[in-house]
Design a protein around this ligand. Structure first.
Ligand code: ZN
Length: 318
C-alpha cells in the first residue's frame, strides 16, 4: 500500500475539522482544533495550518492535494473568499495565496455546504445518483446542488442558497435582504419562536406546563419530545415546518427534476415529524412524473461530509 493521501478541511465558526483521506475515500485520521474566529486573520490561518501540519506529521511526505470547505461566498477558480459570515474581515480574501506561502501542494476551496454535497456524492447518499439537492437542516439551512455529477456554483459561487427560497411573499424579514425565506420557517430556532408566539394561549397548555410557565425553558428539544409524545400543539408546529419544507422541495423538483433530495443536519432527528408532511406537500404542488421519481433520503456521511467533499474537490478539481 502506498502512502498517498489527501487532506480535507472543514472550516467552521467554532472548530476547524481536518482529515487525512486515502484516494479511495477512506478516512485515515482526524484532527480538530478551535477556530478562534474572532482572532486576527494570520492567527486563524495559523490555526488551520497547525491542523494540516499535525496531519502531515502523522502520515509523512506531503499530501497529494488540499481541499477546504468554508462558509460563505467562495470564488472556486480563484481560491478567494468573497465574504464569510464567520469571518467578517475576509472580504475578497485570497486564502489560496495565504497558504501558498506555507505549503506547496494544489489547494482548492469551495463553500462548506457545496463540499458536504460533494462528500455525499463521493461516499454517501449521492453515490448512486447524478442529480440531487442536499439540504442541511440546522440553525439555518445549507444547500448544495449536484447536476450530472457536478456542482452547480453559479456566477458568483452563490448558487444553491436553498435556505433563501421564498415560501411566504410577505413573511419574516431575513438576513439576505429579503423576506419569507425557507430557513425563517424551517429551523430549530423558528420552531421555538413560533411556539413562544402562542405560549400564553390555551392550545399551548401542555408546553406551558412542561416548561413550568417559563418561556426560557422552551427549547427545540422540548418541542420535539412533546410532539413525539403526541401533544397536538407541538406536533402541529412540526407539521407546519414540514409543509414549508415541502414547498421548498416542490420548487427544487420543478427546476431541477432531481432524483434525490438528501437531508442532513441536526434536525434529521425530527425526520418522522417533518419529512412525511413535507413529501405530501411537495406532491400536492408538483407534476406527477418528477414527484414520483424524487426520493427524500437521509445523508449518510454525517459529520464527515465536509472533509470528504473537500478531498473530492482536491482530487477531481471539479
Ligand atoms: Zn433569506
Amino acid at each position: 500500500m502506498g502512502n498517498d493521501y489527501y487532506i480535507g478541511i472543514d472550516l467552521g465558526g467554532s472548530f476547524i475539522k481536518g482529515a487525512a483521506i486515502s484516494p479511495e475515500g477512506i478516512i485515515l485520521s482526524n484532527n480538530k482544533r478551535p477556530t478562534e474566529s474572532k482572532a486576527p486573520t494570520p492567527q486563524i490561518i495559523d490555526n488551520i495550518y497547525n491542523v494540516i501540519k499535525e496531519l502531515i506529521g502523522m502520515h509523512g511526505g506531503n499530501p497529494l492535494a488540499l481541499g477546504m470547505g468554508i462558509p460563505g461566498a467562495i470564488q472556486f477558480e480563484k481560491g478567494v473568499v468573497t465574504r464569510s459570515p464567520h469571518f467578517p474581515n475576509w472580504n475578497h480574501f485570497d486564502i489560496r495565496s495565504a497558504f501558498a506561502q506555507k505549503i506547496s501542494v494544489p489547494f482548492f476551496i469551495d463553500n462548506d455546504a457545496n463540499c458536504a454535497a460533494l462528500g455525499e456524492l463521493w461516499q454517501g447518499s449521492g453515490k448512486i445518483t447524478s442529480n440531487f439537492c442536499l439540504l442541511t437542516l440546522g440553525t439555518g439551512i445549507g444547500g448544495g446542488i449536484v447536476l450530472d455529477k457536478k456542482l452547480l456554483r453559479g456566477a458568483d459561487g452563490m448558487a444553491a442558497e436553498i435556505g433563501h427560497l421564498i415560501v411566504e411573499p410577505e413573511g419574516k424579514p431575513c438576513g439576505c435582504g429579503g423576506r419569507g425565506c425557507l430557513e425563517k420557517y424551517v429551523s430549530a430556532h423558528s420552531a421555538v419562536e413560533q411556539a413562544l408566539e402562542q405560549f400564553d394561549s390555551a392550545v399551548a397548555g401542555n408546553l406551558c406546563r412542561a416548561a413550568n410557565s417559563m418561556k426560557d425553558k422552551v427549547t427545540s428539544k422540548l418541542l420535539f419530545d412533546l410532539a413525539t409524545e403526541g401533544d397536538p400543539f407541538c406536533a402541529s408546529l412540526f407539521q407546519t415546518m414540514g409543509k414549508y419544507l415541502g414547498i421548498g422541495f416542490a420548487d427544487l423538483v420543478h427546476i431541477f427534476n432531481i432524483e434525490r433530495i438528501i437531508i442532513g443536519g441536526g434536525m434529521m432527528a425530527a425526520w418522522d415529524l417533518l419529512i412525511p408532511p413535507a413529501i405530501r406537500e411537495m406532491k400536492s404542488r408538483t407534476y406527477q412524473i418528477p414527484a414520483e421519481r424524487v426520493k427524500v433520503v437521509p445523508a449518510e456521511c454525517g459529520e464527515d461530509a465536509g472533509v470528504l467533499g473537500a478531498v473530492y474537490l482536491a482530487k477531481t478539481g471539479l
